[in-house]
Write a protein of this length. Structure first.
Ligand SMILES: Nc1nc2c(c(=O)[nH]1)N[C@H]1C(S)=C(S)[C@@H](COP(=O)(O)O)O[C@H]1N2
Ligand SMILES: [Mo]
Length: 313
């Protein structure tokens, strides 16, 4: 983990006007119960402010913690395709070509589709302010823009036998570094169990701070699963497929002793080389306690009933 570089904490982006046209709400698919759950959990962070409303301060709706500044979110990144040095990624990822861009969705589905990014960006987007915890021990509060992954999955109609959702990042050797330099295999791949993927907290993000997704944060489309360690939130997705077997996940393949398929945030299961009991919120100096499921346990703990979470970590 790099030290803070002394960048001022308060930025104009932390306080910004919420624009009515950009953030359309009321798009939540699914049951009324699901919708109620999401609105209850996210009302403070996901409302559309009237255009006349004065600047608001973005906070994590659960804890009231202020959002991490745009500069910090966009300049301290993990994106191994470009660099293994978190403070170099932003500059190097400017080479990422995000147009044309298409996402292929297939596998065990009744209605496979290939969608252009323009089609996806045309869907209603909402804001979700989520805590984000990297397995390395740092965390942020990030105001994402996006939509529930469940909405996309509903369009392709998963077959009865589908049990998992697999994801793949673009790999372009012309603009990205080699596997040898990165120390991991490409394309970067990830996976979720289907019920995790369908959970209302799981989103595909297309932007942050009301702006299009910066390349370094995984433009034009990346996964966000707030109760799991950050590496599950795969960036710059080009392929999604449903399967009946546990899909490969880059860090579990690279280092199976250190990274499990589930990788739920869990302060009581240490990484073999460091403790996971505490974390440093970027922009702060003191350490915070890490919370089980990154504090989203009320919403997600039931997904893991009967599982030994010290074993299936
Ligand atoms: N394709 C791809 N996705 C990725 C990574 C990566 O190296 N390549 N790094 C992961 C890790 S370890 C983290 S912590 C988050 C970082 O997201 P951020 O840079 O937007 O904060 O992206 C995740 N998704
Ligand atoms: Mo991470």
């Amino acid at each position: 983990m790099a030290d803070q570089d002394g960048t001022p904490d308060i930025t104009p982006e932390r306080i910004y006007l919420n624009r009515r046209n950009f953030l359309r709400t009321g798009l939540l698919a699914g049951t009324a119960a699901t919708t109620a759950l999401v609105y209850r959990s996210f009302r403070p962070g996901s409302v559309t402010a009237p255009a006349s409303e004065p600047a608001r301060i973005l906070t994590d709706p659960a804890t009231g913690d202020p959002a991490t500044s745009f500069e910090e979110i966009a300049n301290y990144n993990n994106f191994y395709e470009f660099s293994t040095n978190k403070t170099d990624v932003a500059a190097k990822a400017q080479a990422l070509r995000t147009r044309p861009w298409a996402v292929e969705i297939g596998g065990m589905v009744a209605a496979p589709q290939t969608l252009t990014i323009e089609e996806i960006l045309d869907w209603p987007q909402e804001e979700r302010v989520y805590r984000f915890r990297c397995v390395e021990g740092w965390s942020m509060v990030i105001p994402w823009t996006g939509f529930q992954l469940s909405e996309l999955l509903a369009r392709v109609q998963p077959l009865e036998k589908a049990r998992y959702v697999a994801f793949e990042t673009a790999y372009d050797p012309a603009t990205m570094q080699s596997e040898l330099s990165a120390g991991i295999a490409f394309p970067y791949v990830e996976g979720l169990r289907l019920d995790e993927a369908m959970h209302p907290l799981t989103i595909l993000a297309t932007g942050l701070y009301g702006k299009p997704m910066p390349n370094q944060n995984g433009a034009p489309l990346r996964l966000v699963v707030p109760w799991k360690y950050g590496f599950k939130s795969i960036k710059s997705i080009v392929r999604i497929y449903l399967t009946d077997t546990e899909p490969p996940a880059t860090w579990s393949i690279t280092s199976p002793r250190e990274y499990g398929f589930y990788s739920n945030v869990n302060p009581s299961v240490d990484h073999p080389r460091w403790s996971q009991k505490t974390e440093r919120r970027i922009g702060e100096y003191r350490m915070r306690e890490t919370l089980m499921f990154n504090g989203y346990g009320d919403e997600v703990a039931s997904l893991y009933e009967g599982m030994d979470l010290t074993k299936f970590y």
